[in-house]
Each structure stands twice: as structure tokens, then as C-alpha cells.
Design a protein around this ligand. Structure first.
Ligand SMILES: Cc1cc2nc3c(=O)[nH]c(=O)nc-3n(C[C@H](O)[C@H](O)[C@H](O)COP(=O)(O)O)c2cc1C
Length: 195
């Protein structure tokens, strides 16, 4: 009798464990995974938003870098940046250690360069497919937001994405040469909308 009871108990425990494992397998096979992709050059403005997103959303993050680094001289950079934007130049990027296919949602951040997205972001978006993914574009700017969000939205849609919640953030020079975000409340509200 005791033997029969233990067999029943062991079988029930195994059945329960199997159900539990299946449930957790399902969760890990279908997580809504978010990746943050950004480029930042001048002050780290775009980087600061990307890192806040990473902490709040517990997302993965990747920083894009051109294979040939940009000059650190302001005048040279302004000129080169303008030429690249006007010619819709797509600089070659350093290889990435991530697979976009692992993610359902991609948040893409760029500084505004001559009213447009930075060429590094144009390269990234042009060379990838976003079919079935949600793309959320954001930009930082110093007062002239231009058409960045509109352009990123159009390009992501062209590449198959559903686009949501695009947002441009103003950074002002509060101390000499040290910009900070104009409205931290606006940023918090936007991040809340992405939770
Ligand atoms: C080449 C270049 C072009 C820029 N063009 C614009 C512009 O058209 N409008 C604007 O508001 N800010 C412009 N900026 C300022 C940056 O967009 C702004 O400071 C941004 O927040 C910098 O982000 P980062 O620190 O992540 O690079 C430009 C900066 C650079 C270097």
C-alpha cells in the first residue's frame, strides 16, 4: 500500500514539475525584449537618455561607432557633418556584438545633425530589416529639432517596423558648454510610456 502511495506521490510531483518547467520555458522563449541602439558624439546627451532607458527598462544597449572616428575639432566636425548629411552619406560602422533578431522592440537614439539624424544612425537603419519589430526613435537637439523623428519614422516603416512614441528632446547650455536636458519631467513621462 505504502509503495503504491509513494509511486502516486512521485508521479504527481514529476507532473507538477513538468508543467512548471513548460510554463517558465514559455516565458523565456517569448519575452518582449528591448534593445537600445544609440550614437552620441558631442556631450553625451543622447548617451545619457539611452543609459536612463537601459536602467529603467532593464534593456540591452549598444553604442554605434563609425569605423573611422570623427574629428574632435568643432569646426571640422561641423563642416564634415554638414557634408555627410547633405550627401546622405552612410559611414561604415564597427561590427556589433548583437543579433537584432533577438529583440522585439528597438529604441534608436540620435543627436540632430544639420536638422537630420546623424549619418551613423542612417547607416544602421538603412542596413537592417525591422520586419515585425517595434521601433521607437528619439533624438536630442539644441533648439532646432528638424525632421529627425519624421525621417526615422519613415525609414523604419520602409524597413517593415511598427513605429511608436517617437520623441525629440531639447538640451540647453545651462552652464558654459555643459548642456542639460530642458525638461527632465518630459523625459520621465516618455520613459513611463515605454514601460
Ligand atoms: C555636426 C553637428 C550638427 C548639429 N546640428 C544641429 C541641428 O541641426 N539642430 C540642433 O538643434 N542641434 C544640432 N547640433 C547639436 C546636437 O544635436 C546636440 O547638441 C545633441 O544633443 C548632441 O548630442 P550628443 O551629445 O549625444 O552628441 C549639431 C551638432 C553637431 C556636432
Amino acid at each position: 500500500m505504502n509503495k503504491i502511495l509513494s509511486i502516486i506521490l512521485v508521479s504527481l510531483t514529476c507532473a507538477y514539475m513538468t508543467i512548471n518547467c513548460k510554463a517558465s520555458e514559455k516565458q523565456t522563449q517569448n519575452p518582449k525584449k528591448t534593445l537600445i541602439v544609440y550614437f552620441s558624439y558631442s556631450h553625451g546627451n543622447t548617451k545619457s537618455i539611452a543609459e536612463k532607458l537601459q536602467k529603467t527598462l532593464h534593456a540591452d544597449i549598444v553604442c554605434l561607432e563609425p569605423k573611422t572616428p570623427y574629428p574632435r575639432d568643432n569646426e571640422k566636425m561641423d563642416k564634415q557633418g554638414r557634408e555627410e548629411v547633405e550627401q546622405q552619406f552612410k559611414p561604415e560602422l564597427k561590427p556589433l556584438n548583437i543579433k537584432l533578431n533577438d529583440y522585439d522592440r528597438i529604441i534608436i537614439g540620435t543627436p540632430t545633425w544639420w536638422y537630420r539624424m546623424a549619418p551613423v544612425i542612417l547607416s544602421f537603419m538603412s542596413s537592417n530589416d525591422f520586419k515585425g519589430k517595434t521601433v521607437i526613435p528619439f533624438s536630442t537637439h539644441a533648439g532646432w529639432a528638424g525632421s529627425v523623428i519624421k525621417d526615422m519614422t519613415a525609414l523604419a516603416k520602409e524597413k517593415g517596423a511598427i513605429v511608436e512614441n517617437g520623441h525629440a528632446f531639447l538640451f540647453r547650455d545651462k552652464k558654459e558648454g555643459q548642456p542639460s536636458i530642458d525638461s527632465p519631467e518630459e523625459l520621465d513621462k516618455w520613459i513611463d510610456s515605454l514601460k
